[in-house]
Design a protein around this ligand. Structure first.
Ligand code: AN0
Ligand code: CP
Length: 322
């Protein structure tokens, strides 16, 4: 495996899920793979799960993780090419990336969408510089448009808890006070479209996801109708993807609290499990009663973040050791 951005990068999903089961059952069985190997984990943004699960997975594989918080531990980095660097940025990615690459074998990068310039974000301008200038396998730890380690963990969780061969999975927009990226819903849609599930997306008008990720997934604008008979409810806020109106890219179009997932919503489902990638704002995205219910999977879902990234690191180490 070269880099990890999209569902296609993991290949056959049944094979990947079987590998995930093996890694989960026996996390230390591949400890020899990471011997004398180093992964650089570069964070331009905050994280709890991604940072900790990546380090834990690296240790499970016998690999050394180095974590760098850009702007706190390092110099502030310029990310745009061709600019006069007379501001507060002391170093350019163009030098920083090959320097970091010279100290490691694999690079993981978290760099959220700026939500200002759709073309800059959707070209994955920052992560692509890491691919181009590092010459190392790159893992997106949530970049401008994707969060593949999350979506893979979500798929593992659905596979573990499903009671039907082809469960109904609903991705639901929910309100949030701040403008959030589309990376989590983009990747979730991309992975669910590739998985053997009945997938439905529900959101207010204007929040249509980029067709690159939404594909041919069914969109149901009536949230209650979308929830009917569902087996899994996956809640997430996202800002306007700017598909129908590019001028609205990154904006908050709605704070409609009737979209908060509460018991009345869950009542029309087929006793659905509740999922969210976390961090979650209680009583904005989901009511206390729903997230505290036994049907809430948010903790096992977060625990599976170690499994998903360990499969990815294992595949990369196997390729490096060839
Ligand atoms: C981020 C997002 O929505 O992309 C990270 C989620 C894993 N969430 C927040 O910034 C609250
Ligand atoms: N779900 C997730 O990626 O969480 P963090 O932002 O805490 O890493």
């Amino acid at each position: 495996m070269k880099s990890f951005f999209h569902v296609q990068d993991i290949g056959n999903l049944s094979t990947a899920l079987e590998e995930a089961r093996q890694v989960k059952a026996n996390p230390f069985a591949w400890k020899h793979l990471g011997e004398n190997k180093t992964i650089m984990l570069v964070f331009f943004n905050s994280s709890l799960r991604t940072r900790l699960s990546s380090q834990k997975a690296a240790y499970n594989l016998g690999m050394n993780p180095i974590v760098l918080n850009i702007g706190q531990d390092s110099w502030k980095l310029e990310t745009e090419l061709g600019v006069v660097m007379d501001g507060d940025k002391s170093e350019h990615l163009r030098e920083a990336i090959p320097v970091m690459a010279s100290y490691c074998d694999i690079i993981g990068v978290r760099s959220f969408a700026g939500l200002q310039d759709r073309d800059f974000d959707y070209a994955e301008t920052i992560l692509q510089q890491f691919v181009q200038y590092s010459g190392k396998p790159v893992i997106s730890l949530e970049s401008a448009t994707v969060h593949p380690c999350q979506a893979f963990a979500d798929l593992i969780t659905i596979d573990e808890y499903k009671k039907k061969a082809r469960p109904k999975v609903v991705l639901s927009w929910a309100p949030h006070p701040r403008a959030l990226p589309q990376a989590v819903p983009n990747s979730f849609a991309e992975w669910m479209n590739a998985a053997d599930v009945d997938f439905v997306i529900t959101h207010p008008e204007g929040y249509e996801l980029d067709p690159l990720f939404a594909g041919n997934a069914k969109v149901e604008y009536d949230q209650m109708k979308a929830f009917e008979g569902a087996d899994f409810i996956y809640a997430k806020n996202w800002s306007c993807p700017g598909v129908t109106n590019p001028a609205d890219y990154g904006k908050i179009l709605s704070k409609d609290m009737s979209w908060t997932v509460d018991e009345a919503h869950m009542a029309v489902t087929d006793n659905a499990f509740f999922m969210h990638c976390l961090p979650v704002r209680r009583n904005m995205i989901v009511s206390d009663a729903v997230i505290d219910a036994p049907t809430s999977l948010v903790i096992p879902e977060a625990a599976n973040r170690v499994v998903s990234i360990q499969v990815v690191m294992k595949r990369m180490l196997e390729a490096l050791n060839l």
